[in-house]
Design a protein around this ligand. Structure first.
Ligand code: SF4
Length: 345
């Protein structure tokens, strides 16, 4: 059944134009939407000259996860994060691992989920002994209204808020969320416009701008993830560009997660990333000057653990998403006293 305006949440961050058009300012598509039409993400509709969120009351995932699963390795390590999502996305990645929920609205107009008021989400987070709420699995920018209402309540209750994002949000959206957003993991999927255009139906430059802006203009704790897809973004030249960009624009303390690809969704003809490619990327990241480089999706690898970048002491020992030991004392290495960057380490 089609919902009326009275059932829907009015969107944030948009402006009116002529002839009842609206312009959405949440992500860098900056869609101009005619009356009655949807934005590119298919979860925001212009109804009579006003923009509405169609997924506000449609939570499709809600459960506690280790914060390490986001991945955020330098943010309240060892804690649980109550993780929520709604359907929809502003990207169309051919290898999306959550395509069943991210692409349904784009493919067949489905926005499934249950009404879960922000108060209930925050209560559930407290009940599960979570330290944070994570807006994740799909792109949080496109359910910003729910993030905002939840984020403010969570902050009042002493919880933190984190995003797992493709980095396509506008500066206006970052500033808007900055009042309650404490941490973010941004996907930097590749360092070529061709990759973003061909495989994600998106653009690289806005993602680079987001990473630079968050690192230089906000207090939001930042980590970056790159999924290494064999033959697409794992050449020596591209890895060096990725690592150099993170070092120079975000800083050497920003953790870089290099993650193993497995065939998914429409991208099925490739093998999983060889571990040797991850090892090469690790070496490139360290040679570029990054202090913290991690493997993702390789359970049991030593490169899941945190080491002091000065003296090499193991500081946080991880096995998968589980923390076996955390030796950090007052945010410093207990052996050489080097400050270890992060949020409530
Ligand atoms: S969130 Fe992005 S894709 Fe969706 S309507 Fe707004 S500008 Fe368009």
């Amino acid at each position: 059944m089609e919902l009326g305006k009275e059932d829907l949440k009015q969107a944030v961050l948009w402006e009116s134009g002529e002839d009842k058009k609206v312009r959405c300012k949440l992500c860098n598509w900056r869609c101009s939407i005619d009356d009655g039409k949807l934005g590119r993400c298919c979860v925001r509709r212009n109804m009579d000259g006003t923009l509405y969120s169609l997924n506000y009351d449609k939570v499709c995932s809600a459960n506690p996860d280790p914060i390490e699963k986001k991945p955020l390795f330098h943010f309240q390590p060892g804690s649980q994060s109550f993780s929520i999502a709604t359907m929809g996305c502003n990207f169309r990645c051919e290898f999306c691992q959550n395509w069943q929920i991210s692409q349904a609205a784009l493919e067949d107009g489905r926005i499934d989920g249950q009404a879960m008021r922000p108060e209930k989400i925050v209560e559930a987070a407290v009940r599960y002994d979570c330290k944070s709420i994570a807006y994740t699995y799909t792109e949080p920018t496109i359910f910003m209204e729910l993030c905002n209402d939840c984020g403010r309540l969570a902050k009042e209750r002493g919880l933190t808020n984190v995003f797992v994002s493709n980095g396509y949000m506008t500066r206006e959206a970052i500033d808007f969320a900055g009042e309650w957003l404490n941490g973010i993991n941004v996907d930097l999927k590749a360092f070529s416009e061709d990759y973003y255009t061909r495989l994600c139906k998106a653009r690289l430059q806005p993602v680079l701008d987001t990473i630079s802006y968050i690192a230089s203009q906000t207090d939001i704790w930042l980590e970056v993830t790159t999924l290494l897809v064999p033959g697409e973004n794992d050449s020596a030249d591209e890895l060096k560009k990725l690592a150099d960009f993170i070092v120079t624009k975000a800083g050497p303390d920003v953790p870089w997660h290099i993650s193993r690809f497995h065939p998914q969704y429409k991208y099925l003809d490739s093998a999983a990333t060889p571990v040797s490619s991850l090892e090469r990327a690790y070496d490139v990241g360290k040679a570029a000057g990054l202090h913290y480089v991690y493997f993702g999706n390789v359970p049991g690898a030593q490169s899941e653990s945190t080491f002091c970048y000065k003296c090499g002491r193991m500081l946080i020992e991880r096995v998968g998403y589980r923390i076996v030991a955390n030796h950090i004392k007052d945010s410093c290495c207990p052996d050489c006293g080097t400050q270890i960057a992060g949020f409530e380490l």
